[in-house]
Design a protein around this ligand. Structure first.
Ligand code: EPZ
Length: 418
Protein backbone atom coordinates (compact mmCIF):
# COMPACT_ATOMS: atom_id res chain seq x y z
CA UNK A 1 0.00 0.00 0.00
CA UNK A 2 1.43 3.38 -1.00
CA UNK A 3 2.20 5.98 1.61
CA UNK A 4 3.08 9.66 1.49
CA UNK A 5 5.93 11.32 3.40
CA UNK A 6 5.80 15.05 4.10
CA UNK A 7 8.69 17.16 5.42
CA UNK A 8 7.19 19.98 7.50
CA UNK A 9 8.24 23.62 7.69
CA UNK A 10 8.09 24.73 4.05
CA UNK A 11 5.92 27.74 3.17
CA UNK A 12 3.83 27.15 0.06
CA UNK A 13 3.47 29.77 -2.65
CA UNK A 14 2.38 30.10 -6.26
CA UNK A 15 -0.52 29.30 -8.59
CA UNK A 16 -2.18 25.90 -8.93
CA UNK A 17 -5.10 24.80 -11.09
CA UNK A 18 -8.12 22.93 -9.71
CA UNK A 19 -9.10 19.74 -11.56
CA UNK A 20 -12.61 18.83 -12.64
CA UNK A 21 -15.01 17.97 -9.83
CA UNK A 22 -15.20 14.35 -8.62
CA UNK A 23 -18.65 14.89 -7.15
CA UNK A 24 -19.90 16.49 -10.37
CA UNK A 25 -18.45 14.02 -12.87
CA UNK A 26 -19.75 10.87 -11.12
CA UNK A 27 -23.48 11.65 -11.63
CA UNK A 28 -22.69 12.92 -15.15
CA UNK A 29 -21.13 9.55 -16.00
CA UNK A 30 -24.27 7.70 -14.86
CA UNK A 31 -26.55 10.20 -16.62
CA UNK A 32 -25.10 9.05 -19.97
CA UNK A 33 -27.16 5.85 -19.58
CA UNK A 34 -30.24 7.96 -20.33
CA UNK A 35 -29.36 8.24 -24.04
CA UNK A 36 -27.68 6.00 -26.63
CA UNK A 37 -24.76 7.38 -28.60
CA UNK A 38 -21.38 8.93 -27.87
CA UNK A 39 -21.24 11.31 -24.90
CA UNK A 40 -18.16 13.52 -24.48
CA UNK A 41 -17.17 14.94 -21.08
CA UNK A 42 -14.27 17.41 -20.77
CA UNK A 43 -12.23 18.46 -17.71
CA UNK A 44 -12.62 14.96 -16.26
CA UNK A 45 -10.15 14.21 -13.43
CA UNK A 46 -8.18 10.96 -13.58
CA UNK A 47 -9.34 9.49 -10.24
CA UNK A 48 -9.89 6.01 -8.85
CA UNK A 49 -13.60 6.79 -8.37
CA UNK A 50 -13.93 7.92 -12.00
CA UNK A 51 -12.25 4.72 -13.18
CA UNK A 52 -14.63 2.66 -11.02
CA UNK A 53 -17.66 4.48 -12.47
CA UNK A 54 -16.38 3.71 -15.97
CA UNK A 55 -15.85 0.06 -15.02
CA UNK A 56 -19.47 -0.08 -13.86
CA UNK A 57 -20.71 1.35 -17.16
CA UNK A 58 -18.55 -1.15 -19.06
CA UNK A 59 -20.01 -4.01 -17.00
CA UNK A 60 -23.43 -2.87 -18.27
CA UNK A 61 -22.27 -2.94 -21.90
CA UNK A 62 -21.02 0.60 -22.56
CA UNK A 63 -17.53 1.57 -23.76
CA UNK A 64 -15.50 4.34 -22.14
CA UNK A 65 -12.14 5.96 -22.80
CA UNK A 66 -10.46 8.72 -20.79
CA UNK A 67 -7.60 10.57 -22.51
CA UNK A 68 -6.06 13.89 -21.36
CA UNK A 69 -9.15 14.87 -19.42
CA UNK A 70 -11.69 13.97 -22.11
CA UNK A 71 -13.97 11.03 -21.36
CA UNK A 72 -15.85 9.46 -24.27
CA UNK A 73 -18.70 7.15 -23.31
CA UNK A 74 -20.57 5.16 -25.95
CA UNK A 75 -23.94 3.94 -24.69
CA UNK A 76 -25.70 1.24 -26.66
CA UNK A 77 -28.39 -1.30 -25.76
CA UNK A 78 -27.20 -2.76 -22.46
CA UNK A 79 -26.25 -6.39 -21.94
CA UNK A 80 -27.48 -6.24 -18.33
CA UNK A 81 -29.18 -3.92 -15.85
CA UNK A 82 -27.27 -5.32 -12.88
CA UNK A 83 -24.69 -3.29 -10.96
CA UNK A 84 -22.76 -5.98 -9.12
CA UNK A 85 -21.62 -5.93 -5.50
CA UNK A 86 -17.92 -6.19 -6.30
CA UNK A 87 -18.04 -2.88 -8.20
CA UNK A 88 -20.63 -1.02 -6.08
CA UNK A 89 -18.78 -1.83 -2.82
CA UNK A 90 -15.73 0.00 -4.15
CA UNK A 91 -17.63 3.18 -4.94
CA UNK A 92 -20.83 4.08 -3.08
CA UNK A 93 -21.90 6.62 -5.67
CA UNK A 94 -22.69 3.64 -7.91
CA UNK A 95 -26.20 3.86 -6.44
CA UNK A 96 -26.66 6.76 -8.91
CA UNK A 97 -27.05 4.13 -11.64
CA UNK A 98 -30.49 3.25 -10.18
CA UNK A 99 -32.44 6.23 -11.52
CA UNK A 100 -31.10 6.07 -15.09
CA UNK A 101 -31.62 2.28 -15.33
CA UNK A 102 -35.24 2.53 -14.16
CA UNK A 103 -35.98 5.53 -16.36
CA UNK A 104 -34.46 4.14 -19.54
CA UNK A 105 -34.57 0.35 -19.18
CA UNK A 106 -37.50 0.03 -16.78
CA UNK A 107 -35.55 -2.39 -14.56
CA UNK A 108 -32.53 -2.34 -12.25
CA UNK A 109 -30.63 -4.63 -9.93
CA UNK A 110 -28.16 -2.57 -7.89
CA UNK A 111 -26.14 -3.83 -4.97
CA UNK A 112 -26.73 -1.98 -1.72
CA UNK A 113 -23.63 0.23 -1.36
CA UNK A 114 -23.14 -0.45 2.34
CA UNK A 115 -21.61 2.03 4.75
CA UNK A 116 -18.18 3.59 4.84
CA UNK A 117 -15.80 5.06 7.39
CA UNK A 118 -17.75 8.29 7.81
CA UNK A 119 -21.18 6.82 8.35
CA UNK A 120 -23.85 4.23 7.55
CA UNK A 121 -24.74 6.16 4.38
CA UNK A 122 -28.32 4.86 3.99
CA UNK A 123 -30.15 5.13 0.66
CA UNK A 124 -33.72 5.19 2.01
CA UNK A 125 -34.40 8.61 0.48
CA UNK A 126 -33.23 7.38 -2.94
CA UNK A 127 -35.64 4.42 -2.72
CA UNK A 128 -38.51 6.61 -1.49
CA UNK A 129 -37.97 8.83 -4.50
CA UNK A 130 -38.03 5.93 -6.95
CA UNK A 131 -41.21 4.57 -5.33
CA UNK A 132 -42.80 8.04 -5.60
CA UNK A 133 -42.13 7.85 -9.35
CA UNK A 134 -44.05 4.58 -9.45
CA UNK A 135 -41.21 2.07 -9.47
CA UNK A 136 -41.71 -1.26 -7.68
CA UNK A 137 -38.74 -1.45 -5.31
CA UNK A 138 -37.71 -4.42 -3.17
CA UNK A 139 -34.50 -5.24 -1.36
CA UNK A 140 -33.34 -8.84 -1.48
CA UNK A 141 -30.02 -10.51 -0.57
CA UNK A 142 -28.14 -7.21 -0.51
CA UNK A 143 -29.55 -5.93 -3.78
CA UNK A 144 -32.11 -3.24 -4.67
CA UNK A 145 -34.49 -4.67 -7.27
CA UNK A 146 -36.53 -2.15 -9.23
CA UNK A 147 -38.98 -2.39 -12.11
CA UNK A 148 -41.59 -0.22 -13.78
CA UNK A 149 -43.72 -0.08 -16.91
CA UNK A 150 -42.82 3.61 -17.11
CA UNK A 151 -41.98 6.08 -14.38
CA UNK A 152 -44.70 8.62 -13.60
CA UNK A 153 -43.97 12.22 -12.57
CA UNK A 154 -44.58 12.91 -8.89
CA UNK A 155 -43.99 15.39 -6.13
CA UNK A 156 -41.43 14.44 -3.49
CA UNK A 157 -40.46 16.34 -0.37
CA UNK A 158 -37.12 15.09 1.00
CA UNK A 159 -37.14 15.10 4.81
CA UNK A 160 -33.54 16.31 4.59
CA UNK A 161 -31.48 17.50 1.63
CA UNK A 162 -29.64 14.61 -0.04
CA UNK A 163 -27.15 15.25 -2.86
CA UNK A 164 -27.28 11.73 -4.30
CA UNK A 165 -30.99 11.37 -3.71
CA UNK A 166 -31.66 14.63 -5.57
CA UNK A 167 -29.39 13.54 -8.43
CA UNK A 168 -31.05 10.12 -8.72
CA UNK A 169 -34.49 11.77 -8.81
CA UNK A 170 -33.49 14.31 -11.44
CA UNK A 171 -32.11 11.63 -13.75
CA UNK A 172 -35.08 9.28 -13.26
CA UNK A 173 -37.68 12.05 -13.68
CA UNK A 174 -36.11 13.33 -16.91
CA UNK A 175 -37.70 10.38 -18.81
CA UNK A 176 -40.77 9.92 -16.61
CA UNK A 177 -44.26 10.85 -17.80
CA UNK A 178 -45.62 14.24 -16.76
CA UNK A 179 -43.92 16.55 -14.30
CA UNK A 180 -41.86 15.91 -11.15
CA UNK A 181 -41.33 18.37 -8.32
CA UNK A 182 -38.49 17.84 -5.86
CA UNK A 183 -38.88 19.87 -2.69
CA UNK A 184 -36.12 20.34 -0.11
CA UNK A 185 -33.71 19.42 -2.91
CA UNK A 186 -29.95 19.62 -2.33
CA UNK A 187 -28.46 22.88 -3.68
CA UNK A 188 -24.82 21.86 -4.18
CA UNK A 189 -23.10 23.20 -7.36
CA UNK A 190 -22.80 19.62 -8.58
CA UNK A 191 -26.62 19.45 -8.78
CA UNK A 192 -26.64 22.47 -11.10
CA UNK A 193 -23.91 20.92 -13.26
CA UNK A 194 -25.98 17.74 -13.63
CA UNK A 195 -29.08 19.77 -14.56
CA UNK A 196 -27.08 21.66 -17.20
CA UNK A 197 -25.90 18.39 -18.71
CA UNK A 198 -29.38 16.81 -18.65
CA UNK A 199 -30.78 19.90 -20.38
CA UNK A 200 -28.07 19.64 -23.05
CA UNK A 201 -29.34 16.08 -23.58
CA UNK A 202 -32.85 17.46 -24.13
CA UNK A 203 -34.27 17.22 -20.62
CA UNK A 204 -36.37 19.99 -19.11
CA UNK A 205 -34.98 20.67 -15.63
CA UNK A 206 -35.60 23.98 -13.88
CA UNK A 207 -34.64 25.31 -10.47
CA UNK A 208 -31.45 23.30 -9.91
CA UNK A 209 -29.37 25.04 -7.25
CA UNK A 210 -32.50 26.01 -5.33
CA UNK A 211 -34.54 23.83 -2.96
CA UNK A 212 -37.34 23.31 -5.50
CA UNK A 213 -36.50 21.54 -8.77
CA UNK A 214 -39.09 20.95 -11.51
CA UNK A 215 -38.50 18.29 -14.16
CA UNK A 216 -40.87 17.89 -17.10
CA UNK A 217 -40.40 14.38 -18.47
CA UNK A 218 -39.66 13.87 -22.17
CA UNK A 219 -39.95 10.85 -24.47
CA UNK A 220 -36.24 10.49 -25.24
CA UNK A 221 -32.88 12.17 -24.70
CA UNK A 222 -29.79 12.40 -26.88
CA UNK A 223 -26.05 12.10 -26.24
CA UNK A 224 -24.36 15.40 -25.45
CA UNK A 225 -21.01 17.08 -24.78
CA UNK A 226 -20.21 18.91 -21.55
CA UNK A 227 -17.33 20.32 -19.52
CA UNK A 228 -17.26 19.36 -15.83
CA UNK A 229 -17.19 22.19 -13.29
CA UNK A 230 -14.01 22.64 -11.22
CA UNK A 231 -13.67 20.72 -7.95
CA UNK A 232 -14.59 23.13 -5.16
CA UNK A 233 -13.38 20.74 -2.44
CA UNK A 234 -9.99 20.28 -4.08
CA UNK A 235 -9.78 24.07 -4.55
CA UNK A 236 -10.61 24.60 -0.88
CA UNK A 237 -8.07 21.98 0.16
CA UNK A 238 -5.31 23.69 -1.87
CA UNK A 239 -6.20 27.09 -0.39
CA UNK A 240 -6.02 25.59 3.11
CA UNK A 241 -2.59 24.12 2.24
CA UNK A 242 -1.38 27.64 1.50
CA UNK A 243 -3.09 29.04 4.59
CA UNK A 244 -1.70 26.51 7.07
CA UNK A 245 1.89 27.16 5.91
CA UNK A 246 1.42 30.95 6.04
CA UNK A 247 2.01 31.21 2.29
CA UNK A 248 0.26 32.91 -0.61
CA UNK A 249 -1.49 30.45 -2.91
CA UNK A 250 -3.79 31.15 -5.84
CA UNK A 251 -6.14 28.44 -7.07
CA UNK A 252 -6.87 29.04 -10.72
CA UNK A 253 -9.75 27.72 -12.85
CA UNK A 254 -12.07 27.40 -9.86
CA UNK A 255 -15.54 28.78 -9.09
CA UNK A 256 -15.06 31.15 -6.09
CA UNK A 257 -18.82 31.50 -5.67
CA UNK A 258 -18.89 27.81 -4.69
CA UNK A 259 -16.50 28.49 -1.79
CA UNK A 260 -18.20 31.50 -0.21
CA UNK A 261 -18.59 29.74 3.15
CA UNK A 262 -14.86 28.89 3.29
CA UNK A 263 -14.02 32.48 2.29
CA UNK A 264 -16.15 33.82 5.15
CA UNK A 265 -14.52 31.54 7.74
CA UNK A 266 -10.95 32.16 6.57
CA UNK A 267 -11.61 35.91 6.64
CA UNK A 268 -13.14 35.64 10.15
CA UNK A 269 -10.00 33.77 11.21
CA UNK A 270 -7.79 36.64 10.01
CA UNK A 271 -6.76 35.65 6.46
CA UNK A 272 -7.02 38.04 3.50
CA UNK A 273 -8.75 36.33 0.57
CA UNK A 274 -8.82 37.78 -2.96
CA UNK A 275 -11.36 36.58 -5.50
CA UNK A 276 -11.80 37.15 -9.21
CA UNK A 277 -14.01 35.46 -11.79
CA UNK A 278 -12.24 32.11 -11.84
CA UNK A 279 -9.54 32.20 -9.18
CA UNK A 280 -9.14 32.58 -5.45
CA UNK A 281 -6.04 33.65 -3.47
CA UNK A 282 -5.18 33.23 0.20
CA UNK A 283 -2.55 35.79 1.22
CA UNK A 284 0.37 35.34 3.62
CA UNK A 285 -0.69 35.38 7.24
CA UNK A 286 1.49 34.89 10.32
CA UNK A 287 -1.22 34.44 12.94
CA UNK A 288 -4.87 33.49 12.70
CA UNK A 289 -7.68 33.11 15.22
CA UNK A 290 -9.66 30.02 16.13
CA UNK A 291 -13.16 30.19 14.59
CA UNK A 292 -16.15 27.90 15.06
CA UNK A 293 -17.64 26.05 12.09
CA UNK A 294 -20.76 23.96 11.69
CA UNK A 295 -21.01 21.81 8.57
CA UNK A 296 -24.33 21.81 6.76
CA UNK A 297 -25.74 21.38 3.24
CA UNK A 298 -24.67 23.97 0.63
CA UNK A 299 -24.32 26.94 0.77
CA UNK A 300 -23.26 26.41 4.40
CA UNK A 301 -19.79 25.15 5.32
CA UNK A 302 -19.18 21.88 3.41
CA UNK A 303 -18.67 18.68 5.39
CA UNK A 304 -16.02 17.73 2.80
CA UNK A 305 -13.76 20.56 4.03
CA UNK A 306 -14.27 19.95 7.75
CA UNK A 307 -11.23 17.73 8.29
CA UNK A 308 -8.93 20.04 6.33
CA UNK A 309 -10.19 23.13 8.19
CA UNK A 310 -9.64 21.33 11.50
CA UNK A 311 -5.96 20.89 10.60
CA UNK A 312 -5.73 24.67 10.09
CA UNK A 313 -7.40 25.33 13.44
CA UNK A 314 -4.73 23.29 15.28
CA UNK A 315 -2.39 26.20 14.42
CA UNK A 316 -4.83 28.99 15.30
CA UNK A 317 -4.54 31.37 18.28
CA UNK A 318 -7.26 30.20 20.63
CA UNK A 319 -9.99 27.61 20.49
CA UNK A 320 -12.36 26.54 17.73
CA UNK A 321 -15.47 24.39 18.06
CA UNK A 322 -16.11 22.20 15.03
CA UNK A 323 -19.60 20.74 14.67
CA UNK A 324 -20.26 18.03 12.07
CA UNK A 325 -24.00 17.79 11.35
CA UNK A 326 -23.99 15.88 8.04
CA UNK A 327 -22.27 12.56 8.81
CA UNK A 328 -22.32 10.72 12.11
CA UNK A 329 -18.71 9.54 12.14
CA UNK A 330 -16.58 12.11 10.38
CA UNK A 331 -13.96 12.69 13.08
CA UNK A 332 -11.73 9.71 12.27
CA UNK A 333 -8.91 12.15 11.48
CA UNK A 334 -9.01 13.59 15.04
CA UNK A 335 -7.06 10.79 16.71
CA UNK A 336 -4.50 10.88 13.92
CA UNK A 337 -4.07 14.66 14.30
CA UNK A 338 -3.66 14.08 18.06
CA UNK A 339 -0.82 11.67 17.23
CA UNK A 340 0.84 14.70 15.62
CA UNK A 341 0.51 16.51 18.99
CA UNK A 342 -2.66 18.44 18.14
CA UNK A 343 -4.86 19.33 21.12
CA UNK A 344 -8.37 18.23 20.11
CA UNK A 345 -11.21 16.85 22.24
CA UNK A 346 -13.76 14.94 20.13
CA UNK A 347 -17.34 14.38 21.29
CA UNK A 348 -20.11 12.76 19.23
CA UNK A 349 -20.63 15.48 16.67
CA UNK A 350 -18.46 18.23 18.12
CA UNK A 351 -14.68 18.56 18.37
CA UNK A 352 -12.99 21.27 20.44
CA UNK A 353 -9.64 22.30 18.93
CA UNK A 354 -7.19 24.21 21.12
CA UNK A 355 -4.80 25.92 18.76
CA UNK A 356 -1.03 26.36 19.18
CA UNK A 357 -0.85 24.52 22.47
CA UNK A 358 2.24 23.00 21.00
CA UNK A 359 4.01 22.57 17.68
CA UNK A 360 2.74 19.65 15.62
CA UNK A 361 5.35 16.90 15.61
CA UNK A 362 5.79 14.67 12.56
CA UNK A 363 4.85 11.00 13.02
CA UNK A 364 3.41 8.04 11.11
CA UNK A 365 -0.39 8.40 10.80
CA UNK A 366 -3.20 6.44 9.14
CA UNK A 367 -5.62 7.84 6.56
CA UNK A 368 -9.14 6.53 7.21
CA UNK A 369 -11.13 8.22 4.44
CA UNK A 370 -10.70 10.59 1.51
CA UNK A 371 -10.88 13.94 3.26
CA UNK A 372 -9.08 12.71 6.40
CA UNK A 373 -6.08 11.84 4.20
CA UNK A 374 -6.00 15.43 2.92
CA UNK A 375 -6.26 16.76 6.48
CA UNK A 376 -3.23 14.70 7.58
CA UNK A 377 -1.16 15.92 4.64
CA UNK A 378 -2.00 19.54 5.50
CA UNK A 379 -0.94 18.90 9.10
CA UNK A 380 2.28 17.29 7.85
CA UNK A 381 3.08 20.47 5.94
CA UNK A 382 3.55 22.33 9.25
CA UNK A 383 4.57 19.51 11.62
CA UNK A 384 8.24 19.47 12.58
CA UNK A 385 10.17 16.68 10.93
CA UNK A 386 8.62 13.99 8.77
CA UNK A 387 5.00 12.83 8.70
CA UNK A 388 4.16 9.57 6.97
CA UNK A 389 0.54 9.18 5.87
CA UNK A 390 -0.32 5.50 5.43
CA UNK A 391 -3.19 4.05 3.32
CA UNK A 392 -2.86 6.91 0.87
CA UNK A 393 -5.15 5.05 -1.54
CA UNK A 394 -7.93 7.02 0.13
CA UNK A 395 -6.45 10.24 -1.28
CA UNK A 396 -6.30 8.82 -4.80
CA UNK A 397 -10.07 8.38 -4.82
CA UNK A 398 -10.68 12.12 -4.97
CA UNK A 399 -7.53 14.15 -5.61
CA UNK A 400 -5.81 14.21 -8.98
CA UNK A 401 -1.98 14.46 -8.79
CA UNK A 402 -2.11 16.03 -5.31
CA UNK A 403 1.58 15.48 -4.54
CA UNK A 404 2.61 17.04 -7.88
CA UNK A 405 0.41 20.09 -7.20
CA UNK A 406 1.76 20.55 -3.66
CA UNK A 407 5.36 20.00 -4.82
CA UNK A 408 4.90 22.71 -7.46
CA UNK A 409 3.85 25.03 -4.62
CA UNK A 410 7.02 24.23 -2.68
CA UNK A 411 6.00 21.31 -0.48
CA UNK A 412 8.50 18.54 0.23
CA UNK A 413 6.23 15.55 -0.29
CA UNK A 414 6.91 12.13 -1.73
CA UNK A 415 4.87 9.02 -2.52
CA UNK A 416 6.50 5.77 -1.42
CA UNK A 417 5.36 2.66 -3.23
CA UNK A 418 5.42 -0.27 -0.83
C1 EPZ B 1 -22.42 13.45 -1.55
O1 EPZ B 1 -22.64 12.24 -0.86
C2 EPZ B 1 -20.93 13.54 -1.80
N1 EPZ B 1 -20.50 12.43 -2.64
C3 EPZ B 1 -20.16 13.50 -0.46
O2 EPZ B 1 -18.78 13.66 -0.75
C4 EPZ B 1 -20.63 14.69 0.38
O3 EPZ B 1 -19.99 14.65 1.63
C5 EPZ B 1 -22.16 14.61 0.57
O4 EPZ B 1 -22.82 14.57 -0.73
C6 EPZ B 1 -22.69 15.81 1.33
O5 EPZ B 1 -22.37 16.98 0.66
C7 EPZ B 1 -20.72 12.49 -3.99
O6 EPZ B 1 -21.28 13.45 -4.49
C8 EPZ B 1 -20.25 11.33 -4.80
P1 EPZ B 1 -26.11 12.98 0.97
P2 EPZ B 1 -24.16 11.68 -0.66
O7 EPZ B 1 -27.07 12.05 0.35
O8 EPZ B 1 -24.97 12.01 -1.85
C9 EPZ B 1 -28.14 11.07 4.79
C10 EPZ B 1 -16.48 13.24 -0.56
O9 EPZ B 1 -15.68 13.29 0.39
N2 EPZ B 1 -28.91 10.27 3.83
O10 EPZ B 1 -26.28 14.46 0.71
O11 EPZ B 1 -24.07 10.28 -0.22
C11 EPZ B 1 -26.66 10.70 4.78
O12 EPZ B 1 -26.41 9.60 5.64
C12 EPZ B 1 -17.86 12.62 -0.37
O13 EPZ B 1 -16.25 13.67 -1.72
C13 EPZ B 1 -29.95 9.47 4.30
O14 EPZ B 1 -30.21 9.43 5.50
O15 EPZ B 1 -24.62 12.58 0.57
C14 EPZ B 1 -26.01 11.95 5.29
O16 EPZ B 1 -26.11 12.00 6.70
C15 EPZ B 1 -18.07 12.12 1.05
N3 EPZ B 1 -30.67 8.73 3.42
C16 EPZ B 1 -26.89 13.07 4.72
O17 EPZ B 1 -28.13 12.44 4.38
C17 EPZ B 1 -30.41 8.76 2.07
O18 EPZ B 1 -31.12 8.08 1.30
C18 EPZ B 1 -26.33 13.72 3.47
O19 EPZ B 1 -26.07 12.69 2.55
C19 EPZ B 1 -29.36 9.57 1.60
C20 EPZ B 1 -28.61 10.33 2.49
Amino acid sequence: MDKMTVQGGHTLGGVVRASGSKNAVLPLIFATLLADGEHVLHNVPDLVDVNHACLLLESLGCTTSLRSGTLRIVVKPLKTCEASYDIVRKMRASILVLGPLLARFREAKVSLPGGCAIGTRPIDLHLEGMKALGAEITVESGYVLGKTLRLQGAKILFESPTVGGTENMMMAASLAEQETLIENAAKEPEILDLANYLNKMGARVEGAGTSIIKIRGVEALKAAEHSVIPDRIEAGTLLLAGAITGGEVTVDKCQPQDLESLNVKLTESGFKISVDKSSMTVHKCKEWRGVDITTSPHPAFPTDLQAQFMALMTQAQGTSVITETVFENRFMHVQELVRLNADITPKTRVAVVRGTCGQLMGAPVMATDLRASASLILAGLVASGETTVNRIYHLDRGYEKMEAKLTALGAKIQRLKT
